[in-house]
Design a protein around this ligand. Structure first.
Ligand SMILES: [Cu+2]
Length: 128
């Protein structure tokens, strides 16, 4: 009886391994659930919900410089720099057609990032 069980067990392990590989995209950090794109003056999406511990990937899709840091533009067009409690410190420059990771976001809450160059270029990161 045991002779029949061993190959079956191996097959199960192989199937599990295959499933794990499919569920977790390997290589690169292009998980759409944690990726925000930037055009010449806006984030897409401009609100993203991620999980605690996630790292955000920001992708600059155009040949335009962006400088992203903690804070936001208020409704009067004034920069309000500053990190919320529990926010990772973000200070990254994009030179165009490039991407960078920010985080990890290890604390649940709502965090604001903005581009110091482009008026009203705000990103809200909700961490659950
Ligand atoms: Cu910008």
């Amino acid at each position: 009886m045991k002779k029949f069980l061993l190959p079956y067990a191996i097959l199960c392990i192989l199937l599990l391994a295959a499933c794990n590989t499919t569920a977790t995209p390997g290589g690169g950090n292009s998980n759409p659930a944690t990726t925000v794109h930037m055009n010449d003056s806006a984030f897409t999406p401009d609100v993203i919900t991620i999980k605690k511990g996630d790292t955000l990937t920001l992708v600059d899709d155009v040949p335009v410089i962006h400088v992203i840091q903690n804070g936001r533009w208020d409704s009067n067009g004034t920069q309000r720099p500053g990190a919320e409690s529990g926010a990772p410190t973000v200070q990254v420059q994009f030179n165009g057609d490039d991407q960078q990771s920010v985080g990890p976001f290890n604390t649940a809450g709502t965090f604001h990032l903005y581009c110091t160059i482009h008026n009203d270029m705000n990103l809200t990161v909700i961490v659950k």
